[in-house]
Write a new protein. Structure first.
Length: 210
């Protein structure tokens, strides 16, 4: 099929936000696979999203960021979002458990209360992101950029934060039990009442943190 129909899928049952399939299949190299959502920077595509339905036909390739703006309570479990541009997106209470968002851009994104258990976020951009009360248990955040991120009350138990940049991040009340923080940059980070029991801080930069 050279020119497939462009589908807009509702992101959740209340109809807030939607995801678009762009036209021009061959030139933009889109990918559709049953049960899997894929969105790559400048090469976006989407497959089946649980409990969503096709609402209308449209053609909006230049509005991807706007279309992805609100994903509140979206179910994106095991989604492939590698290198996706989700900067400033609203993902409050979304379920991104076991998703692959490695090298993704989540700068200033709002993920308050979201579930990211065992999510892959290696080298992801999370500068100034709102990660308050987020469940990041066993997530892979190695090399992630979390400068000035809000991680208050976040659950980072057994998470991999090796080489992550957490400078000026707020980790007040965060759970970092058995977290991996080797060579992490925690300079001037707020660690008030954070639980670091059993955490590996070998080579971490803790200058002016506390």
């Amino acid at each position: 099929m050279e020119h497939p129909v462009i589908s807009i899928l509702q992101v959740h049952e209340h109809g807030e936000g939607c995801l678009a399939l762009l036209e021009d299949w061959n030139e933009r190299n889109h990918v559709i696979r049953h049960g899997c959502l894929q969105l790559k920077r400048r090469r976006p595509g989407i497959g089946d999203v649980d409990n969503r339905e096709v609402r209308q036909v449209s053609q909006q390739p230049d509005r991807l960021c706007e279309i992805l703006g609100n994903l509140t309570e979206a179910n994106l479990t095991e989604a492939n979002l590698q290198s996706a541009d989700l900067s400033a997106a609203t993902l409050c209470r979304a379920n991104l458990s076991s998703a692959n968002i490695s090298a993704g851009d989540l700068t200033r994104a709002d993920l308050q209360g979201a579930k990211l258990r065992q999510t892959i976020l290696t080298t992801a951009l999370l500068r100034q992101a709102n990660l308050t009360e987020v469940d990041l248990t066993e997530a892979d955040l190695s090399g992630a950029h979390l400068h000035e991120a809000n991680l208050m009350q976040a659950d980072l138990g057994r998470a991999d934060l090796n080489r992550a940049n957490l400078a000026h991040a707020d980790l007040s009340g965060a759970n970092l039990i058995e977290g991996k923080l080797r060579q992490a940059n925690l300079s001037e980070a707020k660690l008030t009442e954070a639980n670091l029991r059993g955490a590996d801080l070998h080579g971490a930069n803790l200058a002016h943190s506390g």
